[in-house]
Design a protein around this ligand. Structure first.
Ligand SMILES: Cc1ncc(COP(=O)(O)O)c(C=O)c1O
Length: 450
């Protein structure tokens, strides 16, 4: 197997950096201007992580594509890191937004759309009760708080190298088996080992041991890890996790924010999981901020028993804008008309095609990488072995190589998700888009090792 020649990688990277900057004078000028009003010249601090010297500034996006201010057209496989998995600005969502925006945006009162969305989510995920938030982060936070409230337990458990949004408790990782604050975390309120236990994904004995003391309110888990590359559950993992959580009185919170790529009811419906809580955010409203969290009838009862009317607003769960009329109108249209079963039937074969294209190049050049897929999401990792847990997946990461692959792709009109090598198919992504990636990926690997 050819090793990556680092000197060659460096010189290719320099060439690509120059090309990126030379071809984007307008983005460069906007970035320089932004540097005078925005921290780091970007609206969100991690946007500096894009592989170019600055991010391309966007002029317009539609369906599976966007155009930058310099006139470049991109196939968007990032899709707003799942926020725009519907494709950009789907017409059904736009229509609902246009109609609602003239009828009121936010009220602190319910609309009929809230009921429609609750009923639809019930059908999709099999959980009877729902509440709304504006982000998946918040939906996770609120679920955790409710889980603590009703169990009277203070801690949660997460899997190593998970990501669930800006949830303070989740920024913990294992180093040589010891739980500690995750590298790079910003301003944790307390040492996360006070609030959180962490074990490796797919490690049932470790999970059993961690839950045995009965002090964990809930396990917060993606059904498959998606934020450190894709790590699939081993056969039997979910059944065993459910059994041990039930045995120890620990609630199970499944975060479907990314694994919604598995189908309209996410991984939970596809694999018949039985969580106590479920979170679904990002694309639920077609890119308009919105998220939902659902729970069982038993959880609803337990919440009701511990709530009284006078104090029910004290915890601030929800927030002023949660469940606003605009988000709910957008959710209604998106889940009933855009993220449909029929859409997944088009998206999943596109991800299969993308995977096959990448696999062919990996085999042709015998690079020690592999490609994996979950529904309409696919990803290549820099290891020949498929990881079983977050540590193995994290060890397969190669920051320098990843940046090169991303920049090479961007210079040729392809956007991957910035933090790893992930591609998401939207209902608008077509074979031509996928085959464009296959060609560019082939070229990049050929230049690297050919
Ligand atoms: C699995 C998962 N849950 C929750 C979130 C948080 O979503 P948001 O940033 O929209 O709050 C993310 C974000 O990447 C995620 O990957």
């Amino acid at each position: 197997m050819p090793a990556i020649d680092r000197a060659r990688l460096k010189s290719l990277m320099e060439r690509e950096q120059k090309r990126f900057v030379d071809e984007r004078p307008k983005s460069k000028a906007l970035f320089e201007r932004a540097g005078k009003s925005l921290l780091g010249g970007v609206p969100m601090n991690w946007m500096i992580k894009w592989a170019g010297a600055f991010p391309p500034f966007v002029r317009a996006a539609q369906g599976a594509h966007f155009y930058d201010v310099d006139g470049h057209r991109y196939v968007d496989f990032c899709q707003g890191d799942t926020g725009a998995m519907t494709g950009h600005s789907p017409s059904a969502t736009i229509k609902a937004i246009e109609e609602q925006i003239r009828r009121g945006i936010t009220l602190m009162l319910p609309s009929e759309d809230a009921v429609f969305v609750g009923e639809e989510l019930q059908q999709r995920f099999g959980l009877p009760y729902w509440q709304f938030a504006l982000t998946a982060t918040d939906a996770n936070r609120f679920s955790i708080r409710l889980a603590r409230h009703i169990t009277g337990r203070s801690r949660i458990l997460v899997f190593n190298w998970c990501y669930h949004g800006t949830v303070d408790e989740s920024f913990i990782s294992l180093k040589d088996g010891i739980a500690q604050a995750r590298r790079g975390n910003i301003g944790p309120p307390v040492d996360p080992s006070v609030t959180t236990k962490v074990v490796e994904f797919n490690d049932i004995p470790a999970l059993e041991q961690a839950l045995a003391a009965g002090d964990v309110a809930c396990v917060l888990a993606e059904p498959a890890l998606t934020n450190v590359g894709i790590v699939h559950p081993d056969p039997g993992f979910h059944a065993a996790m459910r059994a041990v959580t039930r045995k120890t009185g620990t609630l199970l919170l499944i975060d479907e924010t990314h694994t919604i790529c598995a189908g309209p009811g996410g991984y939970t419906r596809a694999e018949n999981l039985g969580p106590d809580f479920l979170v679904f955010g990002k694309p639920i409203a077609g890119g308009v901020p919105g998220a939902a969290y659902g729970f069982t009838a038993e959880i609803a009862d337990r919440i009701a028993q511990r709530q009284n009317l006078e104090d029910c607003d004290t915890g601030g769960i929800g927030g002023t804008l949660a469940g606003n009329a605009l988000s709910l109108a957008a959710m209604r249209a998106t889940i009933s008309k855009v993220l449909t079963q029929e859409a997944f039937e088009r998206m999943i074969p596109m991800a299969e095609r993308w995977t096959a294209g990448v696999e062919k190049t990996i085999a042709e050049y015998n690079v020690p990488w592999h490609v994996t897929r979950l529904g309409c999401r696919a990803e290549y990792l820099f290891s020949s072995e498929r990881p079983h847990n977050g540590t193995q997946a994290h060890e397969a990461m190669d920051f320098e190589l990843e940046r090169f692959m991303h920049l090479y792709a961007m210079n040729r009109g392809i956007l991957l998700t910035p933090f790893h090598n992930m591609a998401l198919m939207s209902p608008a992504t077509d074979k031509g888009d996928v085959d464009h990636h296959t060609r560019v990926f082939h070229e990049s690997v050929k230049e690297l090792v050919g």
